[in-house]
Write a new protein. Structure first.
Length: 196
């Protein structure tokens, strides 16, 4: 069995630090100004950004500390869990279902990157299903709101034929181990395509 769980990675630590530092700096800059604390509007200017940025940082931290399943390759098939963060193509990341696609429904495991508007890229793992295989329960169709929003923002585009996918954020893939386990479990019937 090959398994990966959400954990602390440099990117996740940077994201948590960014959100918490913004919350603390905002509170320090505006929370010490007596003029800002004089009325409800002033308190809103102080508390809303602190709550939002601090809340996001704490939410990501709490998620990573739980170590949810991100990826598993075993005798049953490929299980895709979730990634660290707040949103995914399912909506809120904590609502992302854990799905197992049996080997008989899997045509290929696909590793790929999607470019973002700022010039960086995000890593993804996806599954190309065999002809006639049903989309696993809980997976949004490509016509759903969140997948459409992701495509509009240019951050959630799956290659042609990839029906089930997850962002690799807050965990890593050991490509050699993944390829070895897929080859062993399927006797070469399912390939690992692409790379990160």
């Amino acid at each position: 069995m090959y398994e990966e769980r959400v954990r602390f990675t440099p990117t996740v630590v940077l994201a948590i630090g960014f959100f918490l530092v913004v919350a603390v700096v905002w509170a320090a800059l505006f929370g010490t100004d007596p003029a800002m604390r004089g009325d409800a509007e002033g308190w809103a200017v102080i508390l809303v950004p602190v709550a939002v940025f601090g809340g996001v940082g704490v939410a990501i931290l709490a998620d990573v500390l739980r170590h949810p399943l991100a990826l598993r390759v075993d005798g049953h098939g490929v299980t895709l869990g979730r990634s660290a963060g707040l949103v995914s193509h399912h909506g809120w990341a904590w609502r992302t279902p854990q799905v197992t696609v049996p080997w008989e429904d899997t045509d290929a495991v696909v590793l790929y990157r999607v470019g973002t508007s700022n010039g960086s890229s995000m890593a993804y793992v996806g599954l190309r299903l065999r002809a006639g295989a049903a989309l696993p329960s809980g997976e949004p169709s490509e016509r759903g709101f969140w997948p459409r929003l992701g495509r509009l923002l240019g951050s959630d585009e799956a290659p042609c034929g990839v029906a089930v996918y997850r962002q690799v954020f807050g965990w890593r893939i050991d490509e050699k181990r993944l390829k070895r386990h897929v080859r062993q479990r399927t006797r070469g019937r399912v390939e690992v395509l692409g790379g990160l």
